[in-house]
Each structure stands twice: as C-alpha cells, then as structure tokens.
Ligand binder design. Structure first.
Ligand code: FAD
Ligand code: FES
Length: 304
C-alpha cells in the first residue's frame, strides 16, 4: 500500500544504456521506508503545471536506495510519453512520487547463495535492491539477465559484490542458466513473464532436469506481464497469450483499488501491488495447470 506522497527533487539523471536512464530522486520519506522489490508511482508531468496528459502515474521499481541520504533511484526504460518525460528531467526538477507500493520481496530464510533471474531491464530493476541488500549482509548473489534487443543493464550499476551474467534467447535464456546455477543456489528469485514461470513450475513439479535433485530449493516469482519494450520474450500485445498479470504493461493504481494487477494463486486472487511483487512459485496458478492440482493445494502454498 502506498504510504507517502512526496514532491521529489531530481538529484541527477544518467543515460546509462541506449534506452535506459537512471534517475536519482531526493525523496526522503519514501527512500527511508522502501524495501527490496517495492515500487513507486511517478506522476510524469510538471507538478507546478497540472495537466491531464499523461493523466495516470507510471510505476517504477526502486532500483537503489540510500536511506541515510534520503535518495532513491529508478531505472527507466524510455518507451512512451511518461517515460520520455521522466528521462528528460534535469537536476533540480520536481517530480511527484507516491510510494513505496507493494509488500516487497522477503527471502524465505537466511540465504547464503542467492540466485536472481531477470528477464530484461525492468526485471533487473525489480531485483536490484534485493541483490544489493543481500550482498551487503554477506550473501553471495548471482544475477542473470536475459538481455533484450535494446541491450542489458550495465553491470557497474549493481553492487560490486554481485556476480552479473548476461544471457540471451540464442544462448538458451534464463532456463539455459538454471542447470549450472541451481546446485549452487539455496534460494532463487525469478522476475519474468508468466510463460517462463509456468515452464519452470512444471519442470519442478515433474522433477525434470534441472530439478531432479534440486526440486526443494525455494523459488519466489515476480510475475511481470511485460518485461521490456525491446524484450525478446513475447508480450501480450504480440501474442495474445496469457502473459498479463502481476506487474507490467498496464497502468496500475499501486494502491490496491483498481484491480488491474490481480495474480491468481492456488489460495485465491491476490494483488501484485499489495501482496506482491513476489509469490512462492508453487503458489501461482497457471491457466494450463490440471484441475486436480487445486484439490491438493497445501497450506504451504498459501500467500499470507
Ligand atoms: C509494478 C511495476 C513496476 C515497473 N517498474 C518499472 C521500472 O523499474 N522501470 C521501467 O522502465 N518500467 C517499469 N514498469 C513499466 C512502466 O511502468 C511502463 O513502462 C510505463 O507505464 C510506460 O509509460 P509510458 O507513458 O512511457 O508508456 P505508454 O506506452 O505511453 O503508456 C504506458 C501504458 O499506458 C497505456 N496508456 C497510455 N495512454 C493511456 C490512456 N490515456 N488511458 C489508459 N491507458 C493508457 C498504454 O497502453 C500502455 O500500456 C513497471 C510497471 C509496473 C506495473
Ligand atoms: S494496481 Fe493493484 S489494485 Fe490497482
């Protein structure tokens, strides 16, 4: 649930990749209360000149936060009117920000080897704060990005102790990295479209490779409907598929009132912006899952 509304000051804006900007905002209340995986809503219009275009705020994961300095950073992929406006902000400009939204990502247990799988830059943005905070408390963190056509997130933007690996669909994508990394990991977090989450889930349920021996590793999933404007993973618009739930290519309210972000789980429907963004992989309910699976939905699958 959104807790604060602030008129943030743009501390700096960095053009870090062809389509990516890192915007640093002075927003002390939100910065000092944000946790890994939470996001902010940004009104992409000058706060001093109210306008109806664009009318609705845009959502951005908090990529980094310096609580002591009262600063947070968002990694913005330049796509349409809202993000173009935001990427064009200069130091000293004002931006209206609401947040933090969502419950964030909480690791299931004290994790020493954390594997993060991200499908594109928005997914990396959703995992970056989790990665840096875990690395700071001494965990070994490996983050794998499936690099979209527009290019990957520059690794130097991440905490220096994070091992960053890039992959691509041609190289086997995130699934191709799993066999080598799963034996090492004691917790996995995947930010990806539903189709990929469904594949991982069914491989694990069937105890197929790479889950023959490692099926019990806890996996949390961030269902992202659209991971990048230049994603190599198909989006709803392109395919008409069911990859449309959780966080992604729609305009969320971020406050739990519009219902646009419903995530179907085996214990009922939940809101990405309130209970998310992360859900235990085994709790997610996919369209193609056999009905019998609902019958034996265990207590352990429940999303609190
Ligand atoms: C939880 C969450 C976290 C996100 N985190 C990030 C992040 O960290 N970094 C990042 O780059 N992106 C992130 N995104 C995606 C980002 O919010 C979108 O890329 C952004 O909304 C694009 O806005 P735009 O105005 O630039 O694009 P547009 O394409 O202009 O608009 C975005 C959406 O608004 C719709 N829309 C446009 N006009 C209207 C209208 N008048 N009425 C209704 N709908 C309209 C479009 O169909 C499109 O779906 C996140 C999304 C979610 C849900
Ligand atoms: S975006 Fe979650 S209810 Fe509106």
């Amino acid at each position: 649930m959104v807790q604060y509304v602030e008129t943030a000051i743009v501390a700096a804006s960095e053009h870090v990749a062809p389509t990516l900007w890192l915007i640093h905002l002075e927003a002390p209340q939100i910065a000092s209360n944000v946790g890994p995986g939470q996001f902010v809503m940004v009104r992409c219009a000058d706060p001093e000149y109210p306008t109806f275009d664009p009318y609705l705020p845009r959502a951005f994961f908090v990529f980094a936060a310096d609580r002591a300095a009262g600063r947070l950073s968002v990694l913005v992929e330049r796509r349409g009117r809202g993000t173009v406006w935001l990427c064009d902000r200069q130091s000293g400009d004002h931006v209206r920000v609401f947040g933090p939204a969502g419950r964030g990502v909480r690791l299931a247990r004290l994790t020493r080897h954390l594997l993060l799988l991200a499908d594109g830059p928005i997914a990396v943005a959703g995992l970056a704060l989790l990665a840096s905070e875990s690395a700071r408390r001494g965990a070994s963190v490996t983050l794998v990005e499936n690099i979209a056509a527009g290019g990957g997130v520059p690794p130097h933007l991440l905490h220096p102790d994070i091992e960053y690996r890039g992959t691509s669909p041609e190289a086997g994508g995130l699934l191709g990295e799993l066999p080598g990394l799963l034996p090492w990991a004691d917790e996995v977090v995947i930010a990806a479209p539903e189709s990929l989450l469904e594949t991982v889930s069914s491989l694990r349920r069937a105890r197929h490779e790479p889950f023959t021996l490692y099926g019990n590793v806890p996996i949390q999933a961030l269902p992202l409907a659209c991971t990048s404007a230049t994603s190599t993973t198909s989006t709803l618009a392109e395919t008409g598929s069911s990859d449309r739930r959780g966080g992604g290519d729609y305009l969320p309210c971020g406050t739990g009132t519009c219902g646009a972000c419903v995530v179907a789980t085996r214990s009922g429907e939940h809101l990405f912006c309130r209970e998310g963004p992360a859900f235990p992989l085994e709790a997610l309910r996919f369209e193609h899952v056999a009905d019998e699976e609902d019958v034996d939905a265990a207590d352990g699958d429940r999303v609190d």
